[in-house]
Design a protein around this ligand. Structure first.
Ligand code: PGA
Length: 252
């Protein structure tokens, strides 16, 4: 696991976009795993700029988002379908049928989970997965306590996640209680992973991800067992790490 510390959120966002762009240059038909939330917004802004400047071609890329709320239709302003459309998809040349987000309104959610997981595996699994992290250590919506062996599944949001995401909905009452998420096993099959974290409220989770025991109580700690993970964090999120010149390599 490698940890790279950016001086601020803008630098972190640029580095994340460069990592995605490098992946696509190296393999134009890459399969990307994408995240939502506040943290990757700067990365999407940079990717949009690169595309507008003619430096990024997504014509052959496939994308799979990590998760979606149960019960929110695609046009709901807080659905992750809508988020992706507004912040990324509509600004770039990614063909609509190559961009995938789980359907949180599916009549049979178990069937939808299986369909989504099979689509990822049929695409050859994910080349580069972008992750955020919750203050409770969740990746995707895999909350503390989630089995490491889970593939795409339905889960209940942790009270800390409901509280954190209330800022997008206006109040806690309006935050959906359940979501579909790629499982930890799905995520761990990705060939390369970058995890982005910004701000002091992520500092403890980052420290436990890097140096703590691998435990379902801190889902991101499983990343210690993945062969190609880079944590891109800003100084605030790195506050509890002992760093050598802004970089840290941890052999797990
Ligand atoms: P955030 O969410 O980027 O909005 O902090 C990250 C997450 O919950 O995974």
């Amino acid at each position: 696991m490698q940890v790279i510390v950016a001086k601020d959120y803008d630098e972190l966002s640029r580095w994340a976009a460069e990592a995605v762009a490098a992946q696509i240059l190296e393999k134009p038909d890459s399969v990307l795993g994408l995240a939502t939330g506040g943290t990757p917004l700067g990365m999407y802004r940079e990717l949009k700029r690169m595309h507008q400047e003619g430096k990024l071609d997504l014509a052959r890329v496939k994308t799979f988002n990590l998760d979606e709320y149960i019960g929110l239709p695609a046009d709901h302003p807080e659905s992750y379908h809508h988020y992706m459309q507004e912040n990324f998809f509509r600004h770039v040349n990614l063909p609509a049928d190559q961009a995938h987000v789980p359907d949180g309104t599916a009549g049979d959610l178990a069937v939808e989970c299986q369909r989504y997981e099979e689509m990822i595996q049929a695409a050859g699994s994910i080349d580069l997965q972008v992750l955020g992290i919750g203050a409770n250590g969740h990746i995707g919506f895999n909350e503390p306590g989630t089995e490491f062996g889970a593939v795409t599944h339905v889960l209940s949001l942790d009270p800390r996640t409901i509280k954190a995401n209330a800022r997008f909905f206006g109040s806690e009452d309006q935050v959906p209680r359940q979501a579909i998420s790629m499982g930890i096993k799905t995520i761990m099959k990705s060939r390369k992973i970058i995890l982005l974290a910004s701000g002091t409220d992520k500092a403890e989770a980052i420290m436990r991800t890097v140096t703590g025991p691998v435990t379902v109580d801190m889902p991101a700690s499983i990343l210690q067992l993945h062969p190609n993970v880079t944590l891109l964090v800003d100084k605030a999120a790195a506050a509890f790490l002992k760093l050598d010149g802004g970089q840290m390599s941890v052999n797990c």
